[in-house]
Design a protein around this ligand. Sequence first.
Ligand code: DC
Length: 237
Amino acid sequence: MKKITVAIDGYSSCGKSTIAKELARRAGYKYVDTGAMYRAVALYFLRFNDNIHNNPLVASLELTHRDKECIIEQLNNIHISFLPTSDGQHTLLNGEDVEKEIRTLAVGNMASQVSTIKEVRAFLVAAQQAMGAEGGIVMDGRDIGTVVFPNAELKLFLTASPEERAKRRFLELQSKGEHPVYEEVLHDVQERDYRDTHRKESPLRQAEDAIAVDNSDLTREEQMDIIMHLFEDHINI
Ligand code: DC
């Protein structure tokens, strides 16, 4: 049977990773979470730059021109890979398992900023294209159907309302032992949406041939049913 490429794009916290991971598991495909790659670059930079790391305002810090140059200079020292685990996969930064550390709000915010840098995108896009060169892959992110794999056989664009996504993100952070404030999480979701859709480099947008799925009012099972049908239709073409 044909092994296709599935590109899943959409806003932050709309459940892309959960859906992509489950689809990859059922299909026996490789799964790549590209957001984790931007997060790993952000974590590398936060660690590399102690001043920023110790700054309590890190979540709202804006990168300076010098910060950006520093990130670009460090790119060749960054190697990102994935380790398959029983719960999906863990992200490795230069061989170290950083799966937990990259999921904090501060790293997410920094990831959103480093993702606006052209050189960072080119570096990660090349790595993503190499990972998916053989097909048989489900990749999720913001630019997969538009830039990384414009010829992907199946492109999905997931959406949900900002309030619903903030609620999910709030519960997720709570379950990890953090103490989020809902209004702050909502503000963060809205800010990230704005940045993702307005940045100069590869802004988030729905590819013309992508199928949109709004999951605001869908259970995970209902959404999986829709997506599995679409997948089966595409592997049988
Ligand atoms: O999906 P996520 O929240 O883990 O992504 C973290 C940040 O990385 C997010 O602000 C958008 C950015 N990103 C991107 O620009 N392009 C991708 N393909 C994936 C993520």
